[in-house]
Design a protein around this ligand. Structure first.
Ligand SMILES: Cc1cc2nc3c(=O)[nH]c(=O)nc-3n(C[C@H](O)[C@H](O)[C@H](O)COP(=O)(O)OP(=O)(O)OC[C@H]3O[C@@H](n4cnc5c(N)ncnc54)[C@H](O)[C@@H]3O)c2cc1C
Length: 453
């Protein structure tokens, strides 16, 4: 079988490559290979009753399948160069923003219409934050919500399914250089193509490393972000979340001069488990549907850890810390802020008596036995700083879930076309280490598709 273009991975990067390619040049023969299931078959067995924790499915429906890691996400499309990746370093700031806006337009056309766009432009919170040593980053954020995000994906698939060949449950084993292009090998089958776009996201990071080794594409190790997910009554943050929805706030700690930042804010949302290669960490999301809202808001507080020579395995470092929390708590650990600062373990009774009803069943424990002191000190400092702009953040009953780890893929060497030194082999999205978000990954897909088309 020969294709003009083969796309590996059907996350936002792969989907928007397919969308733009088939729109700009309908004559192209396009094949999309995806390790996970089709959208309707994606289902995580954890139901909180019969199945309470991860059972390690062969293909994790949260991370893999049509829609990629974004399918059950909160669907927050941040339109900004300030975070979410460094796409602008390759294609320029204006082009990056224009592409993110273009993606937003498509999301609106395919079911997102009516969802809200929030913006930090002109907000008085910027001043309030600066007065309290906090830096509120600039962004516009489209919040689709987990429910509408799913509808958009359904509609995009309905448009694409007759325009490209989709192969689900088909992990690509190898990519080889072949006459006039590339050979993609899946199980016993081989498929040839002129051009190949690889968009395998975070779940494909180990595979991506292997491909880079085999094809001698240089890579460099990246970083890992470690921290906790904070859960508190939604009213404490409602003045910020009602106006901005997501506020990305950075605090520079006094003690170590590390940057601690808020990440993935979910007003009226829920805290969830996330399974990465068998390691259970914590994440969160929220629904656009008012009926599904909770009384809590959650967000992560993360510290970025960059390593220098000779240590190269930043993700391995993050994994070990997450494993430690899994070892102690059998999964995610939850602790009241008051217990943490008093140096004692939380227990079921104190959590039940607290003002914040946890939205995730986690094991009450002691995060100071898991997180390195430097990271924990930074998080505690930031909670007190946030308390000045959102009084109540540092209440004893504020819940901290740990650990939250944000793994980054190693950065693959690509040029300004997002092309490796092998002409016609493009590496995009989170799998390239260049993007870390829905909007940047989607924009990178549109960008390469326009060049190919
Ligand atoms: C729970 C959760 C919530 C999130 N919420 C947000 C949010 O609100 N806003 C935001 O900006 N970002 C969010 N993110 C991050 C966002 O989902 C990713 O940045 C985005 O999905 C990256 O897109 P991608 O196409 O690069 O990779 P992915 O979405 O990871 O897609 C890659 C696809 O490639 C497939 N694949 C991997 N290896 C192979 C192989 N060998 N062969 C074939 N297929 C393969 C995978 O199965 C996967 O489906 C969230 C992530 C998670 C897990």
């Amino acid at each position: 079988m020969r294709y003009d273009v083969i796309i590996v991975g059907a996350g936002p990067g792969g989907i928007f490559t397919a969308y733009e390619l088939t729109k700009r040049n309908p004559g192209l023969k396009v094949g999309v290979f995806e390790a996970g299931h089709s959208l309707e078959k994606r289902h995580c067995p954890i139901d909180g009753e019969k199945v309470k924790s991860c059972i390690g499915c062969k293909s994790c429906s949260i991370m893999s399948g049509f829609g990629g890691a974004g399918a059950f996400s909160d669907g927050k499309y941040n339109i900004t160069n300030d975070f979410g990746g460094t796409l602008y370093e390759y294609i320029g700031k204006k082009e990056a923003i224009d592409l993110m806006k273009y993606v937003d337009g498509i999301n609106m056309e395919y079911g997102g219409e009516g969802t809200k766009m929030y913006s930090t432009a002109g907000t008085h919170f910027k001043k309030l934050c600066l007065q309290n040593k906090l830096n509120l980053l600039d962004a516009s954020v489209r919040h689709l919500g987990t429910d509408i995000n799913f509808v958009v994906l359904e509609n995009l698939y309905a448009r694409l399914k007759d325009k490209a060949d989709f192969y689900f449950d088909t992990p690509v084993d190898r990519i080889e250089l072949a006459e006039g292009g590339y050979r993609v090998i899946c199980g016993g089958e081989t498929y040839d193509c002129d051009k190949c776009v690889v968009s395998v996201g975070r779940s494909g990071s180990k595979w991506m490393e292997k491909v880079c080794r085999e094809l001698k594409i240089p890579t460099k190790s990246n970083r890992v972000d470690l921290g906790v997910r904070v859960e508190l009554p939604a009213v404490i943050f409602s003045h910020l979340t009602d106006e901005l929805y997501e506020s990305k706030i950075v605090y520079r700690t006094e003690k170590f001069e590390d940057n601690v930042r808020t990440f993935c804010m979910n007003p009226y949302g829920i805290v969830v488990n996330e399974n990465t290669n068998g390691i259970v960490t914590v994440n969160g999301h929220s629904y656009e549907d008012v009926e599904k809202r909770t009384e809590n808001t959650n967000f992560a507080l993360l510290v970025a850890k960059h390593f220098s020579e000779p240590f190269k395995d930043s993700n391995g470092y993050g994994e070990s810390i997450a494993r430690l929390s899994n070892m102690l708590g059998g999964g995610v650990i939850v602790q009241r802020f008051g217990d943490l600062v008093r140096g004692r373990r939380s227990n079921v009774k104190r959590i039940e008596e607290g003002l914040v009803q946890p939205t995730l069943a986690a094991t009450p424990g002691d995060l100071s036995l898991v997180l390195p002191k430097r990271i924990l000190d930074g998080i505690i400092e930031m909670i007190y700083a946030l308390d000045k702009i959102a009084p109540g953040t540092a209440n004893d009953d504020t819940l901290l879930y740990g650990v939250e780890v944000k793994f980054y893929n190693m950065e693959v060497e690509i040029d300004r076309n997002l092309e490796s030194f092998h002409k016609g082999l493009y590496i995009i999205g989170d799998g390239s280490g260049v993007t870390h978000s829905l909007s940047h990954a989607s924009a990178s897909g549109v960008y390469v598709a326009r060049q190919i088309a």
